[in-house]
Design a protein around this ligand. Structure first.
Ligand SMILES: Cc1cc2nc3c(=O)[nH]c(=O)nc-3n(C[C@H](O)[C@H](O)[C@H](O)COP(=O)(O)O)c2cc1C
Length: 139
């Protein structure tokens, strides 16, 4: 299995997009054995995807073609022994003060939180911390 973390710029900041994305993503990911987490903060998507390599690669190819975002850049891609989000076909991290504290602990001071500029070297560690926090919405 592998994990893949990327950041991209949302075409719109409407929560409607998120709802639509997750409505399609969850049944698809369940069928494909994909788990992970998605976060939208200040117009930036940051997503963690894990599963069998060919499944993650195929999904990411599809996601790259999606007009609801642009400029996707891979921050982290690595082999994994076990899943970090085994309970989530695609968890939605709801942004709150605790998620912000975690973000800042890995990325230092920023005036406006910019997940697109997050440090790729700590992106996985940040998601592991987020995974252990309580701020998850089933939609
Ligand atoms: C930020 C973002 C994250 C997405 N995450 C997923 C995902 O985890 N799983 C998924 O199936 N589709 C996801 N999508 C939607 C896909 O891009 C695509 O619309 C969907 O899989 C349906 O593809 P199809 O129309 O080719 O069947 C995401 C889209 C965006 C913009």
């Amino acid at each position: 299995m592998i994990r893949l973390i990327y950041a991209s710029k949302a075409a719109s900041n409407l929560p409607l997009d998120l709802k639509d994305i997750l409505a399609v993503a969850r049944p698809h990911n369940r069928a494909a054995g994909i788990t992970g987490a998605l976060c939208l903060i200040n117009g930036v998507y940051i997503q963690y995807i894990e599963g069998e390599e060919e499944d993650v690669t195929a999904l990411f190819q599809r996601i790259l073609r999606d007009p609801r975002h642009s400029g996707a850049k891979v921050m982290d891609r690595a082999a994994i022994e076990s899943r970090a989000f085994s309970a989530w076909t695609m968890g939605l991290l709801t942004w709150d003060p605790e998620s912000e504290v975690i973000f800042r602990s890995f990325n230092g001071r920023q005036e406006v939180l910019d997940a697109y500029a997050a440090d790729p070297r700590t992106a996985n560690a940040m998601f592991q911390k987020w995974a252990a926090s309580a701020n998850w919405m089933t939609v």
